[in-house]
Ligand binder design. Structure first.
Ligand code: NAP
Length: 164
């Protein structure tokens, strides 16, 4: 019997991570997702994944607190055992966090403000806007699928053409 693969999606409860988690579930992949503070939204995403016929569990994680990573990895091991009866996952989707594509010397205080950052990102993107969740999830799900099995060791930008 073919066993479903499992992906760990950090920040998978909403936004881009949620779109990734749902896109993976549509490809037949089971999901361990994380959230930071909104457990109810995480459980709603779990329910959406289950409605697609895949198993899912949600765990809390704060990527800004590296001292919690040891305990988090133990929670992942326990969740895999309890929820999936297995001791491994197949894909790590390291989505939670923040990013800004600019040299540090050229980064202004305003760019750390979200609306200003979105405007800045749109201004350096060929397609003229910031990415939306639906722009990203399908690409990640494809890369985790059998169709992408010969894509290996690559750095693939999903940015709408940033800095072209
Ligand atoms: N949106 C864009 O255009 C864009 C462009 C380039 C890169 N990115 C990157 O793509 C990723 C996702 O973007 P997004 O806009 O979907 O993110 P977001 O809305 O800021 O975050 C969504 C997810 O991250 C969780 N989260 C928030 N703070 C966290 C923390 N300290 N530790 C762990 N999880 C945390 C949230 O959980 P709670 O709801 O429970 O707080 C939620 O699950 C980010 O790394 C971002 O930098 C986004």
């Amino acid at each position: 019997m073919k066993t479903s693969k499992i992906a760990l999606v950090t920040g998978g409860s909403r936004g881009i991570g949620k779109n990734i988690a749902l896109s993976l579930a549509q490809k037949g992949i089971q999901v361990v997702l994380t959230y930071h503070s909104n457990q109810a939204e995480a459980q709603a995403t779990v329910a959406e994944i289950e409605a697609l016929g895949q198993k899912a569990v949600a765990l809390p994680l704060n990527v800004a607190d590296s001292s919690s990573f040891g305990a988090f990895s133990q929670q992942v091991i326990a969740a895999l055992q309890t929820g999936f009866d297995i001791d491994r996952f197949d894909f790590l989707i390291n989505n939670a966090g923040t990013s800004l594509s600019a040299p540090i010397a050229e980064t202004t205080e305003a760019q750390t403000d979200t609306p200003a950052m979105r405007e800045f990102v749109a201004s350096i993107t060929a397609l003229g806007r910031v990415g939306l969740p639906d722009d990203v999830g399908g690409v990640v799900a494809f890369l985790c699928s059998e169709e992408a099995k010969w894509v290996n060791g690559q750095r693939i930008e999903v940015t709408g053409g940033m800095n072209l």
